[in-house]
Ligand binder design. Structure first.
Ligand SMILES: Cc1cc2nc3c(=O)[nH]c(=O)nc-3n(C[C@H](O)[C@H](O)[C@H](O)COP(=O)(O)OP(=O)(O)OC[C@H]3O[C@@H](n4cnc5c(N)ncnc54)[C@H](O)[C@@H]3O)c2cc1C
Ligand code: FES
Length: 257
């Protein structure tokens, strides 16, 4: 069930360059990879903005956001006890991998927000083996949160940031080691992964699944306006309603990129 509810800010603090951790008093639910629309209590921007659920507590919900434009700039100025309106949970979220499958989760920059609940869920309930790869352009952030839920993390940064690897995260993954790869991040990262995996079998010589969480500008966020479409297997699909997670081998990347 989708709810439309007001929530009071518990914390809204910077955790990296232009990156904020937002915690709200809220009793809700979400599957890993689902998102909520956050509407600010101002006339502008009129439209709510979509954000992946980073973490859920019994009486709280957490998001990580990067300051980009008018909405996230205003959001970053909000303080404890100010009120936002949330709509969600929305979207399909990540499917849990089949037990015993070897899985790589890849987060590029703020894309890691979508992978926190999934990593925990797989490590606590599922028999799959999961390695987490987190790539940053600048200084890594929120690593302490991930290191509480998994020991299998590879971290890289494009700028030199000891003790982390230097370079793009895709340079440090060998797709052939995995049955499936789930990725959330910028489009060039998806492109690099696609070309690395294409035509390459895993060690059993089977194709490697590649699932990606796509971001599109959204208006309604609820599947009604068709403002967030992407072409998948020749048909338009709504990122908010049919995604945001899609099989990368079915997306028409020529239209999307
Ligand atoms: C399903 C989903 C989950 C998301 N989860 C997160 C998250 O967890 N953390 C986070 O920081 N961001 C997330 N985003 C992106 C976030 O919604 C946008 O960055 C935000 O809406 C920008 O709002 P703004 O008013 O600050 O920027 P605007 O003034 O609207 O735009 C500023 C810039 O951001 C670009 N932009 C705006 N919206 C999007 C979008 N949806 N996708 C790509 N580029 C966009 C614009 O083209 C422009 O260049 C998610 C997007 C989707 C669709
Ligand atoms: S934003 Fe309206 S259909 Fe997706």
């Amino acid at each position: 069930m989708i709810v439309y509810k007001k929530a009071s800010i518990l914390e809204n603090t910077p955790v990296g360059e232009n990156i904020f951790h937002l915690s709200l008093e809220f009793s809700g639910w979400a599957l890993p990879g689902q998102f909520y629309l956050l509407k600010l209590p101002f006339q502008e921007p009129l439209l709510a903005r979509p954000f992946s659920v980073f973490e859920l507590g019994e009486r709280s919900i957490e998001f990580l956001y990067q300051v980009k434009g008018v909405g996230t700039n205003l959001l970053s100025t909000m303080v404890k006890r100010e009120i936002l309106t949330l709509t969600g949970p929305l979207g399909n979220g990540w499917p849990l991998p089949e037990p015993e499958k070897k899985l790589a989760l890849i987060g590029g920059g703020i894309g890691l927000a979508s992978l926190n609940m999934l990593t925990r869920e797989i490590n606590s309930k599922n028999n799959s083996k999961v390695d987490l790869y987190l790539g940053f352009s600048k200084k890594p952030f929120m690593l302490e949160s991930f290191s509480k839920i998994t020991h299998r993390i590879v971290v890289s940064s494009e700028e030199k940031n000891e003790p982390f690897l230097q370079g793009k995260i895709t340079e440090f993954i060998n797709p052939a080691d995995y049955d499936a790869i789930y990725a959330c991040g910028p489009r060039p990262m998806f492109k690099a992964l696609r070309s690395m995996i294409k035509n390459e079998g895993n060690k059993y010589n089977k194709p490697i699944d590649l699932l990606v969480s796509l971001e599109e500008k959204m208006a309604c966020g609820l599947g009604s306006c068709w403002g967030c479409v992407v072409k998948v297997k020749g048909e338009y699909k709504r990122v908010c309603h049919d995604g945001p997670v899609f099989n990368a081998w079915e997306v028409d990347w020529d239209e999307y990129s």
